[in-house]
Design a protein around this ligand. Structure first.
Ligand code: S3P
Length: 173
């Protein structure tokens, strides 16, 4: 299927890059967190608090299965930062389309999320340490799940989108 899928750590820019990329390529933009919130009728924070992380992870897998069942095509899909941890999800992502890992340093991520209150996993008293720990554990899963890696540190949207379009062959005449 000809979808472009963006994976990577919280705050690496998946949603903001995804939205702009979808406009440049004339594709629809979807985001698993938004689809899950809409389906559940709750925010991600409420799902974590009321049902726990495991229930949220099951919703992520169900969301990918639904997109595949519906033969979703021609979309840019941004997925939650923890979704590629499950091997099953990494396989589903590759079936859905071209997977791009937006790689960012812990410092880039920290600067983007330090005032954010919507990400339950970063609400402790040492978010910088938490980012570094989670990143260390997850890096391998992102690399394994991706067809291509694009580093975003110090790059503007235009440059990142240009790189993705060249890698995926989108935007060519
Ligand atoms: C999570 C990332 C979040 C969201 C949830 C859990 C994670 O999405 O799915 O808070 O485990 O990394 P973003 O990567 O879009 O922030």
């Amino acid at each position: 299927m000809s979808n472009i899928i963006l994976i990577g750590f919280m705050g690496c820019g998946k949603s903001s890059v995804g939205r702009r990329l979808s406009e440049s390529c004339n594709l629809q933009f979807l985001d698993t967190d938004q689809l899950i919130e809409k389906d559940a009728g709750k925010t991600i924070s409420e799902i974590f608090a009321q049902e726990g992380e495991k229930a949220f992870r099951n919703m992520e897998t169900a969301c990918l299965e639904k997109l595949l069942q519906e033969n979703t095509d021609g979309v840019v899909l941004s997925v939650g930062g923890g979704l590629p941890i499950r091997e099953e999800n990494r396989k589903l992502l590759k079936k859905l389309g071209n997977v791009i890992f937006l790689e960012a340093s812990a410092e880039t991520v920290y600067n983007r999320v330090k005032y954010d209150t919507t990400r339950p996993l970063l609400q402790g008293n040492n978010p910088r340490g938490r980012i570094m720990d989670l990143m260390r554990v997850r890096k391998h899963f992102y690399e394994d799940g991706a067809n291509y890696i694009v580093n975003v540190d110090g790059k503007n949207f235009e440059k990142i989108i240009d790189e993705i379009m060249k890698l995926t062959g989108n935007g060519e005449e």
